[in-house]
Design a protein around this ligand. Structure first.
Ligand code: ADE
Length: 233
């Protein structure tokens, strides 16, 4: 799968692919990465890419032409064009799984106060926010989306079992997990985990997962409870 990052600051992103899982995925040909800088498409003699907002408002906006030219220079048949913005819909694990079946994702990082809305109207398929907070630009958000999509591509995680029973599957958070030693700074692990009765451990993990979701994410817990009550009807 190819990931194309449209950004004014490719160096903010590139080093992420020099280590660990995504480095290996790149080396093994499972993913490829490229960068397109809208500044290279600017018609301005100083390579300017931003202008003040029309109608007033603080700050500058990325102008349409360099961005549109950047996108059109790399658009491929069947690719998906994604803009990262705090005003997008919330990015979820389901989106990460769904997008992993495309062969080419174009991820556009905004800077300044954002981009001219007409770019979104004419070129962008989906706009995502990674949370209800504002970053200095879309680069981190693009990386977040790329990382979570890439790990769902077959072969990227060494062990595909790692993808099952993850948080957000069925709207549940993962149960607490432990490794050795059994006792660490006087804290014990859940003793049932050491007894080897796998059906008991699975049932216990499910119960803990429900408790954790209810406590930390009541919004998700409501969905789980609704689904369970529909089954009972
Ligand atoms: N750009 C700035 N803030 C962002 C956010 N929360 N999500 C996606 N892109 C952004």
């Amino acid at each position: 799968m190819k990931f194309s990052f449209i950004t004014l600051f490719p160096d903010l992103i590139s080093s992420y692919f020099n280590e660990s899982i995504l480095f290996r995925a790149k080396e093994n040909g499972l993913i490829s990465i490229d960068f397109i800088n809208p500044r290279d498409f600017s018609q301005d003699k100083h390579n300017k890419v931003d202008l003040p907002m029309l109608g007033g408002g603080a700050g500058m906006l990325m102008m349409p032409e360099p961005l549109i030219s950047s996108i059109r220079s790399i658009k491929s048949e069947g690719c998906r064009v994604i803009m990262l913005s705090p005003v997008g819909k919330k990015f979820t694990q389901n989106d990460a799984i769904r997008l992993s079946s495309f062969s080419h994702l174009i991820l556009i990082s905004g800077r300044y106060e954002g981009i001219d809305e007409r770019v979104i109207e004419s070129e962008v398929d989906e706009v995502f926010s990674i949370g209800d907070f504002v970053l200095t630009g879309g680069e981190l958000a693009s990386l977040v989306v790329c990382d979570s999509v890439a790990r769902n591509i077959v072969g990227v995680l060494g062990n595909s079992d790692s993808l099952s029973g993850e948080s957000f599957e069925e709207n549940l958070l993962e149960a607490p997990a432990f490794t050795k030693p059994d006792i660490f700074e006087e804290k014990l692990i859940i003793s049932e985990y050491l007894k080897g009765n796998h059906s008991k451990i699975t049932a216990l993990k499910r119960a803990l997962s429900l408790c954790k979701t209810k406590y930390f994410r009541p919004d998700l817990f409501i969905k789980v409870a609704k689904k369970a009550s529909n089954y009972e009807k």
